[in-house]
Design a protein around this ligand. Structure first.
Ligand code: FE2
Length: 278
């Protein structure tokens, strides 16, 4: 979502750069009309969980959060078990008190009463464990970085050190990819600080799938380590990541829905695969 910040204070912080970036570069490719169709398509799948991996907003202003919450209503209604949201760097864009309050309220509203202070947290559902991280923090105007802080790192270390229950599937949910589509760290301007231990846990099989956003172009990375799926930008690129978990075999399958044209969304053929069982 993008709205005018509505305050002169935005002229003196990072929001002025975010607005210019949107108006000069992204606005022509921005397709908010896809949201309604995407929600209907997702609803037709009757998903247990609908997960938003962040960047609801452009500059993290109260007006943008309000617009995003309105747009997300049908997505939340589509989820049979629940809706989950982790903040993106655009949602935590500046330290402005009104923006931070809007983020906190949005987090509470979208996560059924779980606020920013509840990160990191785990959601358990019939053999599936979802590890949710808040990696967003305000940064300098020229940076789009995030971080996994020491508290979250130690929490993950404890979680992953615990023996898996029989046929337990583990999914890490954060905004930033642990590695880029080519398996390398993201550039210093866009990277996730503190991702090193998580990458090591991925290689060691401590978790099965990482779900993320941040990069506008959707991608899936299968090896080495856990499968990593970046949902990309729905409004800019138009893809939806669909992940199935099969508790009997403790396997996952993933495919994409393409919402990028005005025709009924087709299933992209040949993009279904499963991870190994544990
Ligand atoms: Fe981002």
């Amino acid at each position: 979502m993008w709205c005018w910040p509505g305050t002169w204070r935005a002229l003196f912080d990072k929001r002025v750069f975010g607005c210019l970036n949107h108006l000069l570069r992204r606005r022509r490719r921005f397709r908010p009309s896809r949201l309604e169709r995407a929600a209907a398509r997702i609803s037709s799948l009757a998903p247990d969980w609908v997960i938003c991996t962040g960047d609801l907003t452009t500059t993290g202003t109260p007006a943008e959060f309000a617009a995003a919450c309105r747009a997300l209503k049908p997505f939340r209604a589509a989820a049979l078990r629940g809706f989950l949201y982790v903040p993106g760097n655009h949602d935590c864009y500046v330290r402005d008190a009104a923006c931070q309050e809007a983020l906190a309220k949005t987090c509470l509203a979208l996560n059924d009463g779980h606020g920013l202070a509840d990160f990191p947290r785990v959601v358990e559902d019939r053999g599936l464990r979802l590890f949710l991280l808040n990696e967003a923090c305000p940064t300098a105007p020229w940076l789009s970085c995030g971080r996994i802080d020491e508290t979250a790192t130690e929490w993950l270390r404890e979680q992953f050190a615990a023996p898996r229950a029989e046929k337990e599937g583990r999914v890490l949910v954060g905004h930033f990819p642990v590695r880029g589509p080519d398996g390398r760290e993201l550039s210093s301007r866009r990277h996730l600080a503190g991702a090193g231990p998580v990458h090591e846990w991925s290689l060691a099989g401590a978790y099965d799938v990482a779900l993320c956003g941040h990069i506008h172009h959707a991608f899936r990375r299968d090896a080495p380590g856990a499968m990593e799926v970046c949902a990309g930008s729905l409004t800019l690129e138009g893809r939806i990541d669909v992940l199935d978990f099969f508790p009997e075999s403790c396997t996952f399958s993933q495919f994409w829905l393409d919402m990028s044209d005005d025709e009924p969304a087709p299933l992209l053929a040949g993009q279904i695969s499963a991870t190994g069982a544990h």
